[in-house]
Structure formats: C-alpha cells, structure tokens
Design a protein around this ligand. Sequence first.
Ligand SMILES: [Zn+2]
Ligand SMILES: [Zn+2]
Length: 321
Amino acid sequence: MPLPNRNLTSMLLRREGELFLFDCGEATQVSLRQLNLKWKKISTIFISHTHADHVTGLPGILMLSSQVERNDPLVIIGPPKIREYIETNRRVLDMHINYPIEVREIAQPHTPQEVYRGEGYRIRSFPMRHSKICVGYSFEEDERPGVFLPGKAEDIRVPKGFLWGKLQRGENVELEDGRTISPEQVMGPPREGRKVSYVTDTTWRNSIPSEVSGSDLLICEAMFGEDLANTAFEKRHLTARQAGKLAAQAGNIRRMGLIHYSPRYTDYELKVLQKECRDFFPNAFLCRDRMVIQIPYSDEEKTGSASGEEAGKGRGEADKS
Ligand SMILES: [Zn+2]
Ligand SMILES: [Zn+2]
C-alpha cells in the first residue's frame, strides 16, 4: 500500500530520449510530474502482472497522455488480463484518447521470450513465481561497434579527416590509390551494450538468476526481512536475503536496487533489509521514490562501483536534461 513517503512500484527507463515505463502503481503520474520528464511521450509500458499495486496508475497515465499531440501508438505489454483491464477502464471511464493504444498480451508468459524490439535494443520477458501470472523483464542493448583505433588507420595510410569519420560510422571507404578499407580494419572488437533487469513480484525461482545475469542494473523486490521469511514464501515474494542471493548467483551484476518493501517496515528498518541483502551481494542499495540512477557503459565507468548513496545523488538530475 502507498505510504506518505513511499509510493507504489514503477520504474521509468530513459534511453536516447525514448521512455519506457515498467509497472504503474497508483500515483505514478505524480512522481513523473515531479521529475519533470516528458513523460506524456512514454512509448511503451511493460506490466509485470495485474495486481492492483502495479496497475492502478495506468488509467490516469492514459488519460493525461491525451493532452499532447502524438501520432505514435502507445504500446502496452503484459501478461493475460492486461487487455481486459485497459479496455474495461477505457469503456467505463469513457476515456477520450486521441492516439492509438496497442495492447500486446504475452500469450506464453511461462516461456522466456523477446517481447519488444527497437533500434539497438530488445526487451525480454521471463516468468516469475507469484500468486498470479507474473513476468520480469530485461532491457538489453545490442553490441556497439568497437573503438576507433587511430594508430591502425595511420599504419594502413588512411588520410586523416572525413574518411576517418566514415569508418567510425561503420562505412567502407575507397582510397585514392584504389584500396577499399573496411571499418573492421581500424576498429577494436565490438563492445557490450547495457542491460537493465526488473524483477518483482516473485518467490525464489531457479531460472531467474540466469535471466538477469550480466545486468548493469538489477532492480529487484526485497519485500520482507528474514524475520518474515515464511510469510514471504506464503505470499510468493522475495526476502531481502533471497534478493542478495539471486544477484550473487546470477554473477556479473554490477549493482542492484531494491524495491517493493512491505509497508510494515519504517524507513529506518529498511536498513536491516539492505544489510541482509548485502551479506550476499554488497553492491545493493535501497531504491527511494524518484531516485535517478545513471547507467554508464561498463567500459566507460571510471570508478568500479556506486553505493546507494552515490546513486541517490542523481536525484533531480532529470530536471536538467
Ligand atoms: Zn503481486
Ligand atoms: Zn506487488
């Protein structure tokens, strides 16, 4: 349930100006407004499951999105029932929506699959184990071209200037002496793209660690502490300790943000959850409302890791860009 200083679950991902929303708890639009993002232009919404704490913010978002000119459809992706939920809301609330909405139900939510592809990235869904059909998501960028190596270009006598630029853009170039040079001759090996994973609501499931493996950022539920491990299992949720285990077992996770805390814990008590998680995965932090987290490419990050406090410094940065 929402608390005065703690709203329900939602994650907004922004990549090169494109906005993706993952879940939409009650009052998500208020936080989006506070962050001052161009959130009415959200292109795709991914829903984990149709429990109220993950979808009650949707009708408001759909209505407010009508206030801007948009031609592109809003795509909403989620497990079965999401279409019925949206269509019923539209009908009963007499929503006047001036843009196309395309609902894509994941027909086989128990099978990991690609559910969306855009230029340079894809989004996959994979099954959770919850009291209702539920999926997690991972946002994965394609590989990027390697780094341009000026030394190599000089070695094979490619004149400096616009030809270098063309090679960097992945184009072949013809030299005056008749030789054709391809980008591979002057570039390093391809570099990994970024990966962000979103895991909630679920109890432990053996397949999850491999699905989220390699994430630059894993956002993961940590609803209960060890004191309520039995309750967590009965309600099909993760404890903070299990979240830590999950990240440790996945391997190659750069950092993890915890979400979806039980309302029974005060902000102070959440520190205990963080500690229980860090016993297994030290680079974990507590997510807070409107926390902004930058996700640099792994080969561009100067310092190895960021703690929750450092990540939290990003708060409000969205206003500027
Ligand atoms: Zn749920
Ligand atoms: Zn939930």
